[in-house]
Design a protein around this ligand. Structure first.
Ligand code: ATP
Length: 439
């Protein structure tokens, strides 16, 4: 990221991510690889928890959606059928002076935003990464890294239909990597060239698509509310005629107010019967559905909900970040929802002697069968609390001399900093209840 233009809050988030092991620049010891990031020990927990939160809402808790995990490399004809080979392009311009490259639709006037130089004419740039399959380098062996997970779902429509006992209306959900050779990746992990998507394709009878579109719009917005994102920072944005993708009859984005502007977090699209029709045409396989109750045959319409894992993580971090002015100092705290917090509880022996570490370890062993927990005996207790506040850990559990006598501990709540004694035997239930209250 360009440090000249960085927003102060973003600079703090990026620094926290690195300092605490949420997100690192990829290949850092080699000078870094632009727009690629690695998730550290806390980051991977947060990522897994967010994916699980989505999967639970979209698959586990529903009878009408099933999961899929399709491969990243697919038959190249799929990308011809989908329209990506011909049309998955962004308009690009180069600066004749400093040679920097920009997306033409993101430039305000016709001068280079970096040096004011003259720009080239607009050219169309295809965003798909190409690679070779097999040992022979030949155009016939060209395959693409998928730019979206959706196509893997469409081409498995018949497989899933024939094996899952689902009937239209039903959905297929998938979480997986996608790759786009973005012209100007920027804003930390907001726009990268390798990212992960959480997509759900819902197959409906034509004519019921409007109604399902509205249902999914509402469902998806609620999911972000349940995730703990501040409601006033979220809004819908309807795509105008000139913004609509080639496949979409209607599209709404869920947008978040990022420090760098209001931007898309998720897209909800009415893709009509475009995708299944195209795959039918290109594969010569019948893609229609027979409704045995009404005796009708039709090609289903598709309502798509397409979210980015990395963008959701970034949103959660930004939204949860607070620097709180306390009486004596400032504390940095991440108010992450307990459901997605990387670590659910920090366990601290007040001092490193008198049997306190042993009892604390026993508590760790008991809790770790159910939750991700962290043992810390280093430094003053206040410092240990603060370290966990910064990591977004909802609970701090302190073992002191009283604990050895009556088997109670102090439970400190991250947001209120309120402390109360509880029997060790109740800890599991208290933590679980907190997680369940938002799940
Ligand atoms: P944009 O117009 O910002 O390039 P898009 O409209 O092409 O995005 P979609 O194709 O609708 O995006 O992708 C669905 C979701 O996938 C997005 O809402 C976003 O969360 C995520 N996503 C898309 N591109 C990227 C990227 N380059 N980096 C990170 N996440 C991405």
């Amino acid at each position: 990221m360009n440090n000249k233009t960085i927003d102060p809050l973003m600079a703090k988030i990026i620094s926290l991510c690195k300092r605490r092991g949420f997100i690192f620049q990829s290949s850092e010891i080699y000078g870094g690889l632009e727009s690629c990031y690695d998730y550290g020990p806390l980051g991977v927990e947060l990522k897994n928890n967010i994916k699980r939160f989505w999967w639970n809402a979209m698959v586990r808790m529903r009878e009408d959606i099933v999961g899929l995990d399709s491969s990243i490399l697919m038959h190249p004809r799929i990308w011809e059928a989908s329209g990506h080979v011909a049309g998955f392009t962004d308009p690009m311009v180069d600066c004749k002076q400093c040679k920097h490259r920009f997306r033409a639709d993101m430039i305000e006037n016709d001068k280079c935003p970096d040096c004011g130089g003259e720009l080239t004419d607009v050219r169309q740039f295809n965003l798909m990464f190409k690679t070779q399959m097999g040992a022979i380098e030949d155009a016939a062996n060209t395959v693409y890294l998928r730019p979206e997970t959706a196509q893997g779902i469409y081409v498995n429509f018949l497989n899933v239909l024939n094996t899952s006992r689902q009937k239209v209306p039903f959905g297929i959900a998938q979480i997986g990597k996608a790759f786009r050779n973005e012209i100007t990746p920027k804003d930390f992990t907001f726009r990268t060239r390798e990212f992960e998507q959480m997509e759900m394709q819902f197959f409906v009878k034509p004519g019921t698509d409007g109604e399902w579109f509205e249902k999914w719009k509402a469902e998806r917005m609620q999911w972000y509310h349940r995730l703990g994102i501040k409601e006033e920072k979220l809004r819908f944005h309807e795509h105008g005629k000139d913004e609509l993708a080639h496949y979409a009859a209607k599209a709404f984005d869920i947008e978040y107010e990022f420090p760098f502007g209001r931007k898309e977090l998720e897209g909800i699209h009415n893709r009509t019967d475009f995708d299944l029709k195209r795959h039918q045409e290109y594969s010569k396989k019948e893609m229609s559905y027979f409704d045995d109750q009404t005796r009708e045959r039709f090609i289903p319409y598709i309502i798509e909900t397409s979210a980015g894992v990395d963008r959701t993580i970034l949103t959660c971090l930004i939204d949860a970040y607070e620097e709180q002015e306390l009486e004596k100092d400032t504390r940095t705290v991440l108010h992450l929802s307990p459901a997605i917090a990387p670590i659910k509880a920090g366990i601290f022996p007040l001092v490193k002697r008198d049997g306190m570490p042993e009892l604390a370890h026993k508590i760790v062993d008991e809790l770790r069968t159910q939750f991700m927990v962290f043992y810390d005996e280093g430094g003053a207790i206040g410092r240990r609390y603060r370290r966990q506040d910064e990591a977004g850990t909802p609970f701090g559990i302190t073992v002191d001399s009283q604990s050895l006598e009556d088997h109670t501990v102090t439970l400190r709540e991250r947001d209120s900093m309120h402390q109360e004694r509880f029997p060790i035997a109740q800890l599991k239930a208290i933590i679980q209840e907190k997680i369940d209250s938002v799940n």
